[in-house]
Design a protein around this ligand. Structure first.
Ligand code: FMN
Length: 352
């Protein structure tokens, strides 16, 4: 079956305005009992912040076997998208960090550089859209809304925290079941994109957001972390305030054409898709094995390169309680249906 999908050759705006309608496909039940941030759900599968540009995209992917739908990161004011290309396929093996330079490739081979700059509709537009979406979405599914603060000249950290919190509160007032703060977008150069590397500052933001959202489940989305000490510091800083951590946003790399010229003015971009899977599964295991994360019972959401039931199992074995799929879901909208069918066909028999 050929289903409509995001068109990378067209602008963000075009894709925003051309969301497909929900489809009727048979979605196999996922064996086992699953919860997300304390709420019962039908599977461990979700879509992270990115592919779901607005409520219509949320409803489309909800019809395709995903149980947790994350609304693409929104802001307290409108923001334009970076120019095309927003999705540049790259040729690469599994990435481990260290800012490599990667060659472009004309055809998608599983991984791409993502370059959007976190565009956002105005708050009145996204708030109304979130409300309508939650009203329309089946009650068995969860709607998470990703937010980011928008730093302005002269702002203090407290101002930035208040901006994150304002968006989070609006999301909750509009009906979000879960809120997520993006602490990790590598495609913007301001500090709002890199808070996960500044645990003390991230804690100030997370505390302010927690105060704004009350006891609503709250996730922090973080970037690539490889050092146990960095993981400990981040967990210690965030654990009083967050329900869980979603990782890994992407792995940063510079992208160059075959003639040696760099793309994106030589600035790194987040590589998403298959090439980030090993790094992200390793990171999930690292965080799960840190004492502080265990003590705080932090939920870990595995994100990065998942496209099969085996990948889902790898994440769950590493300590994730949910697995969210962006790139593979954009390339193949039926990916969750396939994963669910495979999980159902290969249920591990329980010991008698
Ligand atoms: C088209 C696209 C847009 C994205 N936009 C966001 C975003 O707005 N906020 C965010 O936190 N992550 C964003 N991401 C990152 C994804 O949430 C996810 O961390 C990343 O794609 C890794 O998952 P994947 O390998 O399954 O694609 C985006 C990813 C893609 C592919």
């Amino acid at each position: 079956m050929h289903l409509p999908r995001y068109d990378p050759s067209r602008t963000y705006r075009w894709n925003y305005d051309h969301a497909p309608a929900p489809v009727e496909v048979e979605v196999p039940d996922c064996p086992g009992e699953w919860s997300f941030c304390g709420c019962r759900v039908g599977s461990p599968l979700g879509v992270p912040a990115g592919p779901l540009l607005n409520g219509d995209w949320v409803l489309y992917y909800a019809s395709l076997g995903f149980d947790v739908l994350t609304y693409k990161t929104v802001r307290s004011s409108a923001r334009e998208c970076y120019p095309l290309p927003n999705l540049q396929p790259v040729a690469t093996d599994q990435l481990s960090g260290g800012h490599p330079t990667l060659p472009t490739t004309p055809k998608m081979q599983g991984s791409w550089a993502v370059s959007y700059g976190m565009p956002s509709a105005t708050p009145d537009v996204w708030r109304a859209d979130v409300e309508r979406t939650r009203d329309t979405l089946d009650r068995s599914k969860l709607l998470s809304v990703s937010v980011v603060g928008t730093i302005e000249d002269g702002w203090s950290l407290e101002d930035l925290a208040a901006d994150y919190a304002r968006c989070a509160k609006w999301a909750v007032e509009s009906g979000a079941d879960v809120v997520e703060t993006n602490f990790s977008c590598p495609n913007v150069s301001t500090c709002d994109g890199q808070l996960y590397q500044q645990p003390e500052d991230a804690a100030v933001v997370a505390e302010t957001v927690r105060q704004a959202v009350g006891d609503v489940p709250y996730l922090a989305k973080i970037g690539h972390v490889t050092s146990p000490d960095d993981a400990d510091e981040l967990v210690e800083a965030l654990r009083p305030f967050v329900t869980g951590l979603a990782m890994t946003n992407s792995v940063a790399a510079v992208v160059e054409h075959s003639d040696g010229t760099t793309m994106f003015d030589g600035q790194p971009r987040g590589i998403c898709g298959d090439a980030t899977r090993h790094a992200s599964v390793t990171q999930t295991r690292l965080f799960r094995n840190r004492g502080a994360a265990r003590d705080a019972a932090l939920e870990l959401v595995g994100v990065g390169g998942a496209s099969s039931a085996d990948h889902v199992r790898d994440y769950l074995d590493a300590g994730a309680s949910a697995v969210h799929v962006a790139t593979a879901a954009m390339v193949d909208p039926l990916v969750a249906v396939r994963i669910r069918a495979d999980l159902a066909a290969n249920v591990t028999p329980s010991p008698t």
